[in-house]
Design a protein around this ligand. Structure first.
Ligand code: BGC
Length: 747
């Protein structure tokens, strides 16, 4: 035995050294926490911004560098670049326990390469593409020292007055859940620990999109059933996709600010969903509970937030200033602090920062991603697929105006968006706001593709948002001299986004007036609408023959738009939100309830649920979008008329025919209506969709599997249940789908 003793000791040493290295992030976090002082623990829960991209008040509080050196800062946001992040990380490495910081940034729709804003991307109904753009954004950001993006925003939004609709996936819970998962997968790639993967962040938890009146930061009041059924599933989908972090929201929910909402953060997220990541507050939202009238002061705000489950304090300083006293006063148990610290440390271990705190600070990698041509190609592809063709009427010659011939002799480009660059970037392109030289303007995009023997005539006409009409005359003359006019109108990049709620959704400034003047010339007009939200443009919808909704498409905007205008790509985008006729219809969404007095049709005003001065229907419905070709959907069949509650399923099949003159893509959509329930059910709910490509003249059969689980809903006790009964199924190419059949869910 004596002979083996040294060997045994050596093996034990090896085990403890290598075992520690290999042991799980959770164990390593526990070991580290045992060595930490209370001050060091609180430091991990503290996040500061740099001086850029402020979306709230920045507290000037002396020497941040020193605080980092003392281990009082666990994370920073808005620090960009391998060099800049390295410098700060070096300071963190001077702290007693050498705990690295995490660098976070709003990488919302691209980083060096700007992609279409998320709402526009959702119009592709192509989740693989959305995953791809998030993958690219993560790769570029990670090469610039970023560990963490505050995305995806997965707030369901039914109110286009709310400026942040541009940042999410629109109004539908089912589509929004698929998009949430795709974006999380894209950002986190093959998993934390890879140097091209960043932590994603599901935000804003929760119901931020339901702010009363569409006014940003406003209150939310809704039943728990509605919250669970409509607003929470995309968060659940993100949690199931292993999203590394959550961010809470500015609003109160039923009287309790989300930041201190224990039901949402601790009971639901951390306990019921068993979520192991951490929750960061929104910017200053802990301190803002004083303004909410929910905490008397920072001390109380910190107490309520940490107990409710907010782990990291973004910018409010309440944790830094009060947590220690709260523990000493026995108002906050140390186990709560330890749990928050552990969740954050685990992510630092998973990111590999303890092995190498500078692994994301690599100048070479940064250079490779500075202007990545392949990434731009993907942006162009997603750009063209995000465009929605709203109208393409036949002219007197029996032909539609779009696609335009590249040989058109004289093309007038009129409007304030043609030569704009920043506007194409959209609101959340924060990493390089001044780097606009790489953006392909719409003018340039059209020029790139128009035949060399053709001529471009240009006139700005007016600005985006003022009352100056002095440019009208020149614009009218330009239109008169042309064979066709393309008008590019819309919002500036800072008109849809955070704190950019609008009470009017009309075209800003004098743009509509300009359009009417150009229309009077009698020239055929193609209208491009560039924006981050559904706008209201009834006059244009009634009078202009061809309308493309071109959103804000990012770096390659001009090329993507030209691809569609000239028909190199046949548009297939579908609206991710209902487009209202007037602001008075808002909130408007396709999956509303029937009411006890549903109107028979648009003209029925006889003591029914209707407006006496307006139709109920939207101007353009959710899921709508045209193509240069024509698709017929027919022959709806079910594999059976019944499916059993216990694991039953059936197949829904339709035939899709491309009956027009172009090859093209169509998004076939399946909707369900539960006819009677223990709670009232929506008139339609999206349950599946497929995007397919058909050559002209081709017919394909498309099938969907519908399971009993797909038919579950929340009852009035907020339990997810199945209920036997009758269902209607609809298939079509928008939420206005009329092809229908019935089935039964049986016991
Ligand atoms: C926004 C968040 C964002 C944060 C950091 C806040 O104002 O609501 O979505 O991630 O700022 O920029």
């Amino acid at each position: 035995m004596k002979k083996f003793l040294p060997l045994l000791i050596l093996s034990l040493i090896c085990l403890s050294v290598f075992g520690q290295k290999k042991s799980s992030p959770a164990l390593r976090a526990d070991m580290l926490i045992r060595q930490m002082t209370l001050d060091e623990k609180i430091g991990q829960l503290n996040q500061y911004t740099s001086d850029r991209n402020a979306t709230g008040k920045i507290t000037a509080d002396g020497d941040k560098a020193n605080q980092v050196r003392q281990g009082k800062v666990g994370s920073m946001l808005n620090v960009v670049g391998a060099e800049e992040t390295r410098k700060l990380q070096e300071l963190a490495m001077q702290s007693r326990l050498k705990i690295p910081m995490i660098f976070g940034l709003d990488v919302i729709h691209g980083f060096r390469t700007t992609f279409p804003v998320p709402l526009a991307e959702t119009a592709t109904w192509d989740v693989a593409l959305m995953e791809k753009s998030a993958r690219i954004a993560a790769t570029e950001a990670a090469a610039y020292g970023i560990h963490w993006t505050f995305a995806p925003m997965v707030d369901v939004a039914r109110d286009p007055r709310w400026g942040r609709v541009m940042e999410g996936a629109g109004e539908d819970t089912y589509l929004g859940s698929l998009v949430a998962k795709a974006r999380v997968n894209g950002f986190q790639g093959n998993g934390l620990g890879n140097t091209d993967a960043v932590m994603a962040c599901a935000k804003h938890f929760a119901a931020y999109g339901a702010a009363v009146g569409g006014r940003d930061y406003n209150s939310v009041d809704m039943s728990l059933r509605q919250l669970n059924e409509t607003y929470l599933p995309p968060f659940k989908a993100a949690a199931e996709a292993n999203v590394a972090t959550f961010m809470n929201s500015f609003n109160d929910i039923n009287g309790i600010p989300a930041t201190a909402n224990k039901y949402i953060q601790r009971d639901l997220l951390k306990n019921q969903w068993n979520y192991k990541g951490f929750v960061v507050s929104d910017w200053g939202s802990i301190g803002e509970m004083v303004a909410h009238g929910y905490a008397k002061n920072g001390y109380e705000a910190a107490m309520k937030a940490i107990i409710a489950g907010s782990d990291m304090d973004m910018e409010s300083r309440c944790y830094r200033d009060h947590l220690k006293q709260l523990v000493l006063d026995k108002k906050v148990d140390i186990s709560i602090i330890n749990d928050a610290v552990k969740r954050i440390l685990i992510k630092k271990f998973e990111l590999g920062l303890f092995e190498d705190p500078y692994r994301f600070c690599n100048i070479e990698r940064e250079k490779q991603q500075t202007d990545n041509v392949a990434n731009r190609e993907v942006a162009r592809e997603i750009g063209k697929k995000s465009i929605v063709l709203l109208k393409n009427e036949k002219l007197s010659n029996g032909k539609t105006l779009l696609p335009l011939s590249k040989q058109t002799k004289r093309v007038a480009l009129i409007g304030p968006l043609f030569k704009a660059t920043t506007a194409n970037h959209g609101f959340w392109s924060v990493a390089f706001p001044d780097d606009t030289a790489r953006i392909v303007s719409q003018y340039q995009g059209i020029k790139n593709q128009l035949d060399k023997n053709s001529e471009i005539l240009y006139s700005k006409g007016c600005n985006i948002n003022d009352t100056d009409t002095s440019g009208f005359e020149a614009a009218i003359a330009t239109a008169k001299a042309a064979d066709v006019v393309i008008l590019s109108l819309g919002e500036a990049a800072d008109m849809s986004g955070e704190a950019k709620s609008r009470s009017s959704l009309q075209l800003p400034g004098v743009q509509e007036e300009l359009m009417k003047e150009i229309y009077k010339t009698g020239k055929p007009i193609v209208l491009l609408l560039n924006t981050g939200r559904p706008l209201i443009f009834n006059w244009a919808a009634d009078n202009i023959p061809a309308i493309l909704y071109t959103w804000w498409l990012g770096t390659e905007a001009g090329n993507s738009i030209a691809d569609v205008v000239f028909g190199d790509y046949n548009p297939a985008g579908k609206l991710p939100m209902s487009f209202p006729r007037t602001e008075g219809q808002i909130p408007i969404y396709y999956n509303h309830y029937s009411t006890g007095r549903p109107a028979k049709d648009e003209n029925d005003k006889n003591y029914v649920s209707a407006y006496i001065d307006l139709q109920n229907s939207p101007r353009f419905p959710f899921g709508y979008g045209l193509s240069y070709t024509k698709f017929n959907i027919s022959n709806l069949k079910l594999s059976a008329n019944e499916l059993a509650i216990n694991g039953g399923k059936l197949t829904v099949t339709v035939d899709v025919e491309n009956a027009g003159d172009y090859d093209g893509e169509e998004v076939v959509q399946l909707y369900v209506r539960d006819l009677f329930g223990c709670v009232v059910r929506p008139v339609k709910e999206l349950k599946g969709f497929k995007k397919l490509f058909l050559k002209k003249g081709e017919t394909q059969s498309v099938s969907f599997t519908l399971t009993a689980t797909d038919l579950k809903f929340y009852n009035d006790e907020v339990k997810l249940i199945n209920e036997a009964g009758d269902y209607e199924l609809f298939v079509g190419n928008s939420s206005d789908a009329h092809l229908k059949t019935k089935c039964k869910l049986t016991l």
